[in-house]
Structure formats: structure tokens, C-alpha cells
Design a protein around this ligand. Sequence first.
Ligand code: PMP
Length: 428
Amino acid sequence: MTTTSKNDQLFERAQKTTPGGVNSPVRAFRSVGGTPRFITRAEGPYFWDADGKRYIDYIGSWGPAIVGHAHPTVVKAVQDAATRGLSFGAPTEGEIEMAEEIVRLVPSIEQVRLVSSGTEATMSALRLARGATGRDKIVKFEGCYHGHADSLLVKAGSGLLTFGNPTSAGVPEDFVKHTLVLDYNNVAQIEEAFANFGSEIACVIVEPVAGNMNLIKANEDFLKALRELCTKHGALLIFDEVMCGFRVALGGAQELYGIQPDLTALGKVIGGGLPVAAFGGSTALMSKMSPVGAVYQAGTLSGNPVAVAAGMTTLKLIQEPGFYDKLSATAKRLADGLTAAAKEAGIPFCADSVGGMFGLYFSETPPNNYAEMMAGNRERFNVFFHAMLDEGVYFAPAAFEAGFVSAQHSDEVIDETIAAARRVFAKL
Ligand code: PMP
């Protein structure tokens, strides 16, 4: 495990004024140990830490950096927008353009509301689902992360059809007693849940490609069952595409699987690195939002002009011909190359990818749900992570996270990564 002097100094200093020294927990390297790298700048597929060490970056700001860091066209759009004023608290034409673009690109969305974080998007979608159905109960799946709204910070109860327990201090039992937590990719469980509580369930929220318990793809029959059961029982299906939206395909997972959710939460890519997120659905549903309808939601910086400029420019760039073919090929090249390198060294390992997202697993086969993911060899991941960091490759600092490639990750960059992994696997 390496420690690097300037990063160490900054980490020590940060911890005096910020809890754990970071503004979002996963950045603290708690899971893998060691000192987090403090980043000074980023360009294309790389970023540099406080000691001037360069890393090939495979988190891409946890998804947003799909066109590569500091893309000149995005930077220029942000600079131009900034010179016209940073925030108005009154509507702009840019917000209309952004909404029109999202509506055009995401199959199930007719109307959309812009917010500033994925947490706000899912939280608001949930409130809308409850408001629209007049029901309280919600269903989520273990290992899916939907931001940190109270009713979503829940782990499974002790039995299949018992309601959940808070995963965070400060979340009242009362808030989560309406949240049922089931296993991902388990059709029998969701059927049972609807058989028992069908008329009380407001919505089912799911990451249709899960990226917060490493990468786990939903089985097609699982998503189909969710769609059919929700329709049958008058519940709403919410796709949380904050991570997989504009990442696994231009139209997101709903385009990839050909399944229409009632509501979709978006984030990350649509801000291109600045705070933009959104939720949307049919006009009939979205008309229940304030100021037209009775479901309240608001934001001082919602649709911020500088953020929207970054997002809109990113949405244009990802529509260039062949963008997703290349992005998918890049992630697949990495996954296949790492798998082959591990095999040469006799390490039980596999990798998978969907669009520009990938998963690395220290197990023989990719996991299908949270429990299978937790059974992987996390100690080995941690050693791998630090050895790769020494080699100048920055993977997500936890075994339960997905990875991301950008359009700037060239074949050479991928091959450099695989060569580094070959050296590391040989020593594991
Ligand atoms: N939903 C999903 C699927 C996410 O991956 C995340 C963030 N990783 C969120 C919601 C929350 O987004 P934010 O961090 O912008 O609040």
C-alpha cells in the first residue's frame, strides 16, 4: 500500500474540518484502506493527484465524465454560459432545450423536471408515485442505491415479506416501515410481494442495470415481471437511471431492454460534470407536480444555466455517430483483457460490461444479486486496487462499485491498463 506525501498532508488537514476528510463517503478509501488521492486536474481519460502522479481514471466522476474530462467543447460552453450570469432563479431557454432533448432521447419521458442531484431525482419521483397513487408502500431491491432520501436508506428486514430496517442512523423506523426490500433478479419474491400487498404498493424502484453493488445486469424476465406486476396492480414502475441513463445506451436501460417505466430518474451524464439531474414520465403523471398539481418539489439552483450548458453540450456530443458502439467496445476490450490476464495468472476473476459501464469480480462468474456479490473475494480486490493505483490506474476504491470508461479511453489506454493488470495479477 503506498502513501504519497502531499496526499497524506491534505488528508490529515481535511479531516480537521470535514468529517472523514471527504464530502462523499466512498472517496475516503475506507473500504480499501490507505490515503485518498487529492485530485488537482483532469484531462481526457486521466487525472493527476496532489503529488503530480497521473492515473488512468476509471470512475469518471462516478459516471458523468462520459466524453472524457475537460472536453474542450463542454468547457467552452460552460465558460460562455458563466459570462452571461451564474444563476437567475427565473426560467431560461436553455432549460427548455434540455427538456426537449431528454424527451426526444428517453423513450418513456414526455415531461421532465430538472433538479440538481440524483438523490433529489429519486426522492421526488418517489413522492410523485405516492402522490399519484395515494399509496405509501414502496419496493426496492437489496444492493440498489437510489441516493440518500430517508425511505431509501433501508436494508432488508429479517424475513422476505417484512418491512425494512434503516441503514443509517437518523432515519426513523417510521419512515422505512413502508419500504419492502427484496432480492434483485428474483421474480418469485416480487410476485409474492404483490400477492400480499398489491393494492398498497405505490411503486417499485429499481436500477435496471445495477451499478452500486458492482455491475449487475437485470435479467430480462425480472424487468418484464416488474412491468407486468406494476401494471396489473396499479403501482408505478420507477427506473433509477441516474447511473445507467445515457451510459448503457443513448436511450438508457429502458431502450436496451425495451421496457417502459412510468417514471425515470436521471443524473450524472446529463450534467456532464456539473449538478444536473432530472425525473420524468408521462404528461399525465408529471402534471401532478407543483405548480400544476399537488405534489410539491422545488430547487433554488434547479436548471442552473451553467450546469445546463455543460449537460446540453454533453448530450450533443454523445449523439455523434458511433459514439455508443465505440464506448461499448472500449469497456468490453477492458473487461475481456483483464479477464484474460487474470486467467494467465490463475486468479479466479471475471469482468463484464454494458455500454460504458463495467464490473470487476474476484469470483468465477458475475454475481446476479447482492448476496452473490458480497461472496466475492474483497480482500483480493483491495490488494489489486492498491497495486493498480501504484501502476497509475485508478479503479473505484471499493469492491462493490461499477467502473466507467469515457470516449477518450483509447485502445492504447486500455492496453496500458491490461499490461499493468498482468503485472499485478502475477504478484497476487
Ligand atoms: N441513483 C443511482 C443509481 C446512483 O448511482 C446515485 C449516485 N451514485 C444516485 C441515485 C444518487 O445520485 P447523487 O449522488 O447525485 O445524489
